[in-house]
Design a protein around this ligand. Structure first.
Ligand SMILES: [Zn+2]
Length: 483
């Protein structure tokens, strides 16, 4: 049988589609028909009542094309992108979080990575469980830190590939300031290992059709303290030569920032930029210590940022300047930072991003009032609003994160020609008409309709606040159903 052409539907889903194509704006497409082709791309998206939908459904008649009709109070949402997590640290997620960053790294993070590098069976167990947990959480893609051993990273890549997840996987590069048993001996060893990892990753997917090549290598200098200048310079050259993305940590915590200043005489940003590791192919995690001129500079360079609000609350003494970065049009997504952050579920990270931005806004306003009082200023100029809304956080978890992963800034939305990566969220149980999971909609239960009834958007907001995994009834990546 000939394979279907790219606009031939392989399956249909009809119902409500919700996404945030633009920051802060919720797009709700009610009663629409989505057609997905055999390669997992969206072939059509149109109102169910339109002539186009009628003709698509008519042409499919007799071909036994699956058509999933979503219940009334359900919707499809793009999958989440976790823009920063350490796969091996899943082993110790939720442990030792009372320690400062540099101590925690030694005691837990490096140890977890070293253990997995020395134990293939454990690596398989942890990576498979991590992938399954990500699917349960509606996370369809991730930008991931691995370990220093290329072989262990290939286990991670093969595991995620077979689970059907989209993953950008980084073999760690680090040649100084680590434990004597978990370090690459020289810059040239480290560079050779990074280069061979890229080749092995390409071999892993070379026999697959392009739309199934869902795992990609990423160059991953751990962070400035553990990388010599020679290594960073070499990685910059390798990234350019091989055309691969780069990820690292930047300007994360007070002790880390001070250490770089003392040992390098300059800051993270300057070091990365000098080594050609800050551009539109780079995603930097954290970036909590960024003054406005540096934010403007990063925007010019096109570098994207993984905001990890839960992790920052533990390991950074500052709150990420999210509003300023969004206003500067820096691509920003959310990261769980497993295991600096203990929670894999990006729904938790969305809430945390909103909470910390609100706290920061209040604090900045209070500081400004105190300053004016002290100076006897009569100015009543409004200070900048630094809060973010729940809709903006939803954008970060879906469209923002997906866009941060490619220079074409595609993904994280429902648009013809783009990959179908979606999660099915159910608000109300169609069998009992009661809220699903932890959700309650009393007006529905007592039959309030029309004017006084909750809008779909209000019901979604309630899900954003109080929903959990029980509301998730399906997950697709590149058109393949994973849950
Ligand atoms: Zn991290």
């Amino acid at each position: 049988m000939a394979s279907p052409s790219s606009d031939t539907p392989a399956f249909f889903i009809s119902g409500n589609f919700v996404s945030t194509p633009v920051l802060g704006e919720l797009e709700i497409l009610e009663d629409h028909l989505l057609a997905v082709n055999a390669q997992g791309f969206i072939a059509a998206l149109c109102p169910l009542s339109s002539p186009k939908a009628a003709s698509l459904l008519a042409s499919a008649e007799g071909n036994e094309i699956e058509h999933t009709e979503l219940p009334k109070h359900s919707f499809l949402l793009p999958t989440f992108t976790d823009l920063h997590l350490h796969a091996p640290q899943f082993l110790y997620a939720g442990t030792g979080l009372d320690l400062p960053l540099m101590v925690w790294l030694e005691k837990f993070a490096f140890r977890a990575e070293e253990r997995l590098d020395g134990d293939e069976d454990l690596a398989k167990l942890v990576y498979e469980r991590l992938g399954r947990r990500m699917i349960e959480c509606g996370t369809g893609s991730g930008l991931i830190f691995g370990t220093i051993n290329p072989k262990t990273n290939l286990i991670l890549a093969s595991t995620f590939l077979s689970l059907g997840l989209r993953a950008y996987i980084g073999k760690l590069s680090m040649d100084q300031n680590s434990s004597p048993t978990y370090i690459e001996p020289t810059p040239s060893d480290s560079l050779a290992s990074a280069s061979s990892f890229i080749n092995s990753m390409r071999s892993l997917t070379s026999s697959l059709p392009p739309h199934r090549r869902l795992v990609h290598p990423v160059l991953t200098p751990r962070f400035v303290p553990t990388c010599s200048d020679e290594l960073l310079e070499g990685l910059g050259e390798l990234a350019k030569k091989e055309g691969v993305r780069v990820q690292s940590h930047m300007s994360e915590a007070r002790d880390q920032v001070d250490w770089v200043k003392e040992t390098r005489g300059t800051g993270d940003v300057e070091v990365f930029e000098r080594c050609c590791l800050l551009n539109s192919s780079t995603t930097q995690a954290h970036c909590t210590f960024l003054p406005q001129p540096t934010i403007d500079h990063l925007a010019e360079l096109g570098t994207s940022i993984a905001h990890c609000p839960l992790s920052n609350a533990y390991f950074s003494s500052q709150i990420f300047p999210l509003r300023e970065c969004l206003d500067a049009y820096i691509p920003v997504g959310l990261g769980s930072d497993i295991a600096g952050g203990y929670q894999l579920d990006l729904q938790v990270q969305m809430r945390q991003a909103v909470v910390v931005a609100r706290l920061r806004d209040s604090q900045v306003k209070e500081d400004e009032l105190a300053r004016r009082e002290q100076e006897g200023s009569t100015s009543d100029d409004e200070t900048k609003d630094l809060r973010v809304s729940w809709k903006e956080s939803l954008y970060l978890a879906t469209r923002g994160g997906a866009m941060a992963l490619n220079e074409n800034r595609v993904g994280g939305r429902f648009a013809v020609g783009e990959a179908f990566d979606g999660q099915l969220i159910q608000l109300v149980d169609p069998g009992t008409s009661r809220g699903t999971g932890s959700l309650d909609f009393f007006d529905l239960e007592v039959g309030v309709e029309g004017e006084g009834a909750l809008t779909f958007e209000q019901m979604m907001e309630r899900w954003w606040c109080n929903g959990d995994g029980r509301n998730r009834k399906g997950v697709w990546v590149q058109g393949r159903r994973l849950m």
